[in-house]
Design a protein around this ligand. Sequence first.
Ligand code: UDP
Ligand code: MG
Length: 325
Amino acid sequence: MPTFKTSGRSPELDVSVVIPLYNEEENIELLHNSLDEVLSKLGCEYEIIFIDDGSKDTTFKKLREIVDRDPHVRGIKFRANFGQSSATDAGFELARGEIIIVMDGDLQNDPRDIPKVLAKMEEGFDVVSGWRKDRKDKLLLRKVPSKIANRLICSVTRVDLHDTGCALKAYRHSVVKRINLYGELHRFLPALAKVEGARISEIPVNHHARKFGQSKYGISRTFKVIMDLISLNLFLKYLQRPIQFFGTIGTLFLICNFFGWIALFQGFARNVYGMEEFNLLITIIVLYLASGLQFLFLGLIASLIFITGKKKHVYLSSLIHKKLV
Ligand code: UDP
Ligand code: MG
């Protein structure tokens, strides 16, 4: 088995597997056994990081038992259910592997695909995404919305994948460590990685029907994904220059304000305005001025935030209730 160590601030291990869990008590043991079987044969240094995203069942109790008996496993419990993106992000923060693999904790992804994914990474890619060619989900509620969402996501993000929604993905350490996840953004990780200059590929992987527990998402997810897609679209366009986005809107308001003044002075010169028209025009002018300035300052603040950067670890540590490391 080759090692994946690279230059720079070198990660301590070869592979980290990050798995978010929310009420997966029937799946965690089976998944751990299956991972153990595959990973122990790889001949590399690895760790498994389970993130309990505020489960209400016995998931964390089972996680604790697994951490106690398997030194390869680390665990986190969130204070409450903060969502799959935050859970994945916390896993990324903790991960020490050069390659970080993310997969679902409900046995729908197959750990036996991991060697295939790693082999693809070895070809020199920074992100390898699974493609559920033979997907075992409901046609109308899952496969059709997912196909539409996939086309939409691909056209917005310009990352051409057959199946952006497949949870099984591998990332190079250097790529994910710079990404902040929130909302439903874990779905767009390849696009966020592309911003970091990542080389992306995909390979067909197995997919199984969920045997235990329930899916945590309904059809309302489509709406949330679209909202995040809109913000991602803006983010991708204006990531490094928010002042251009807000500044353009602000300038448009200020141009309208300028024409307002012209209309006011011309009206005065020709003596066509009564008190009512005068008041209305002044109100509009002031509104344009205030909105224009507000958008300009918003742009400046956004640029400032971008430059200073968010202290990601401070935010994440506020979500964590217990750490089993
Ligand atoms: N999950 C999570 N937090 C949530 C929802 C889901 O950590 O708020 C986990 C869940 O336990 C599973 C993965 O994210 O490991 C994918 O969730 P699910 O199987 O419900 O999604 P689906 O396969 O139906 O898209
Ligand atoms: Mg699932």
